[in-house]
Design a protein around this ligand. Structure first.
Ligand code: TRP
Length: 331
C-alpha cells in the first residue's frame, strides 16, 4: 500500500473546478492507499496572518472536504498545526536548504511581486515546510497540480540531500500522483480559462453557493452573439459552458443544446437556465451537507482530534528517527 500525502490550502472555498479536478480523485484514492490529507494552516500565515480568519478558514475547508466525501475513518484528515512534529522537521530541513535555491522558486518570485510589503522568511522557506509535510509521513505519492510540481521537485532534492548527508536510505522520493484521464479541467464562467484562476466574482461556482447565487452567476456568464453559420466552431467562452454542462447534465441535454447550436437555433438564455438548474441539482446535496456539518461542532472536533492522533503517531515516529540520524537521540 502506498502512502499519499496532500496539503489543502486553508484559504478559499471549494469550487466546481476543485471538485471535478482533484477532490473527486482524492475520494477515490482513499481506497487502496494510506492517505493523509491536511489543512495547511501554518502555510496560510505566509499570506493570511489575520487571527480572526484562521479558525474560520480551517473550519470551512474541513466541512467542505468532509461534505465532498473525504472519509476521516478511512483517511487521516488533520489540521497541519495539530502536528507540531512537522515544525521540528521543518526546522531541521531548513539547515540544509540553500537560500539560493529557495530564491529561485517560481512561487517565491511571484509572491515577492504580489506582496512587496510582506516578503517574509516563511514565503522563502514555504517549500521546506511543504517538503516536511510530505516526508514526515514518508509519502510515495503526492497528488499535485502543475503549479506545485516545482515544490515537489524541491521536496525530492531535500529528501535526497538528507539521505546523502547522513549516508542513509531514509526518505523515499515522493512523486506526483498521476490521475491521467481522470483529471477534468473545468473552465470558469468568464471565458478566461480555468475556474478559479481569475479573481472575478462570477468566474467560479462554489459548492456552498446558494441556488440564487448559482443562477445569477450562470446567467451572467460570458457568451458571444450566437452562431450565424451551421456547424460553426464554438468560441471559447461558449465551449467552456458546454464543458461545464457535460459534468452536471445528462447526455441528452448536452446533445440537445449542441444540436441547437449547430443549427443556429440556440438561445443562450434557455441554455444557461438549463445549465444553472443542473448545477444546482448537482451541488444542492453537497451544500446541504456543508450546512449540516457547519453546525455540528462536536463532530468536527471529534474528526480533528482523531486526525491529529493518527497524524502524530506517524509524524512522531519519523521525527524521532530523524533526530537519531542527526545525532540528537530520541526524545
Ligand atoms: N502548496 C500547496 C498548494 O498551494 C499546499 C500544500 C502545502 C501541499 N503542503 C503540501 C500540497 C504538501 C501537497 C503536499 O496547493
Amino acid at each position: 500500500m502506498e502512502t499519499v500525502v496532500s496539503g489543502i490550502r486553508s484559504t478559499g472555498r471549494l469550487h466546481l473546478g476543485n471538485y471535478f479536478g482533484a477532490i473527486k480523485n482524492f475520494v477515490k484514492m482513499q481506497k487502496g492507499n494510506n492517505c493523509f490529507f491536511f489543512i495547511a494552516d501554518y502555510h496560510s500565515l505566509t499570506t493570511h496572518p489575520q487571527p480572526e480568519d484562521l479558525q474560520r478558514n480551517v473550519k470551512q475547508v474541513l466541512v467542505e472536504y468532509l461534505a465532498a466525501g473525504i472519509d476521516p475513518e478511512v483517511s487521516t484528515l488533520y489540521v497541519q498545526s495539530d502536528l507540531p512534529e512537522v515544525a521540528e522537521l521543518y526546522l531541521l530541513l531548513n539547515m540544509s536548504a540553500y537560500v539560493g535555491e529557495l530564491e529561485r522558486s517560481t512561487s517565491f518570485k511571484d509572491k515577492i511581486r504580489e506582496q512587496k510589503d510582506n516578503v517574509n522568511a516563511g514565503l522563502l522557506t514555504y517549500p521546506v515546510l511543504m517538503a516536511a509535510d510530505i516526508i514526515i509521513h514518508k509519502a510515495d505519492k503526492v497528488p499535485v497540480g502543475k503549479d506545485q510540481e516545482q515544490h515537489l521537485e524541491m521536496t525530492r532534492t531535500f529528501s535526497n540531500r538528507f539521505n546523502r548527508m547522513y549516508d542513509i536510505e531514509f526518505f523515499p522520493e515522493p512523486v506526483a500522483y498521476n490521475f491521467g484521464e481522470a483529471l477534468v479541467k473545468i473552465p470558469g464562467l468568464d471565458g478566461s480559462g480555468k475556474m478559479g484562476k481569475s479573481e472575478g466574482e462570477n468566474n467560479a461556482i462554489y459548492l456552498s453557493d446558494t441556488p440564487e447565487i448559482i443562477t445569477k452567476k450562470v446567467m451572467r456568464a460570458v457568451t458571444d452573439a450566437g452562431p450565424t453559420e451551421m456547424n460553426q466552431q464554438m468560441p471559447q467562452e461558449v465551449e467552456n459552458l458546454f464543458v461545464i454542462m457535460k459534468t452536471v447534465s445528462s447526455e441528452d441535454t448536452v446533445a440537445h443544446f449542441e444540436s441547437l447550436y449547430n443549427n443556429c437555433k440556440i438561445r443562450y438564455g434557455d441554455f444557461k437556465k438549463q445549465l444553472a438548474e443542473d448545477i444546482v441539482k448537482f451541488t444542492n446535496p453537497l451544500r446541504e451537507k456543508i450546512e449540516e456539518l457547519e453546525s455540528d461542532d462536536a463532530y468536527l472536533k471529534k474528526v480533528t482530534k482523531m486526525g491529529a492522533e493518527k497524524a502524530r503517531e506517524s509524524g512522531r515516529k519519523t521525527v524521532n528517527e530523524v533526530r537519531e540520524i542527526i545525532g540528537f537521540g530520541p526524545r
